[in-house]
Design a protein around this ligand. Sequence first.
Ligand SMILES: [Mg+2]
Length: 359
Amino acid sequence: MKITAIDTCLLSVPTPKPMALQYPQHKLVVAEIVTDEGLRGLGYSLVFNGGGAEAVLTYLDTRLKPALIGEDPLFVERLWEKMFRVDMGIKKQGIAAYALSALDIGLWDIAGKAAKLPLYKLWGAVSERIGAYGSGGWAKYSVDELVAEAEKYAALGCKYYKMKIHHPDPAVNASRVAAVKKALGSGVRMMVDVNQGRDVIGNQQQARLLEEFDLVWYEEPVLADDYDSYAEVSRSIRIPIAAGENHYTRWEFKQLFDRKAVQYAMPDVCRANGFSETLRIGKLAAANGVALTPHLIHEVAIHVVGALSNGFLVEFMDWAPPDLFVELPECKDGAIRIPDRPGHGMALAPKAIDKYRSR
Ligand SMILES: [Mg+2]
């Protein structure tokens, strides 16, 4: 089998409410890999809030796409190495890693279709039903909007809800968490997300005010680059730490694991160099006693969690309009059943490209 073409485009996808209060749109870098045997693989990368999506598309088109044309798509590992090393002057982090991720996702989609297996079974399945946590709770929501969103996820059976704690005053964040906790009752546990917004002392002050809420995890306390501060926060607060949506390779995760800085690893399949590297990160996490709970894009991340025994939850954030994909896996009784379709099982709706294309 040979790759004959890779069709790319950029979609600008409006978000539903209440997320639209914080972010009006996301962008999707789409790469459809075409082969001479009729199999096609859908790759995409979700660029949250859209920042940098044009650069992702340009890097994909000009540097990675030429490396794949004419190659056998079933040699996924070989092609991953080729893409990772195509420019030794550009680290595969940030923009370049988003681009590589989209193509790796497309290659694995072809591999699953060729094997006539959903990816989690191709990789050796552990579970076909993946627990999902409701996620959102943005800073611009009023307390009423926050509670309404949390209750919407709870009504879908989600046993976990994650919200942002972005207010500069730790007491304000604690009172917002308290309001949601009170509304949800004891059947739903919560996580909080700092999104790299505080320093070590700021996190210590914030975490003290949240200890009483039995939180599952405390996410991205400091800048993703600052591994020593990660370790210091982890040592000094009494809530487990989660991180990884801004870490792109197994070597970055190793920095976190070697310092015992996280209890939950959260690679994003669309950022962390695709399924290939996310699986490696998941296995490295297992060797360090760390649970894997991927960031966003639950519709494809379910395959990774379904294939690894240290897989925990996927992040269910209701961002996609109903006419973007042919069929988005549903959350029912707090879990998502992995579709039995071969590959990753996702396809864009026939009119989605015409409707949402921005480049
Ligand atoms: Mg986060």
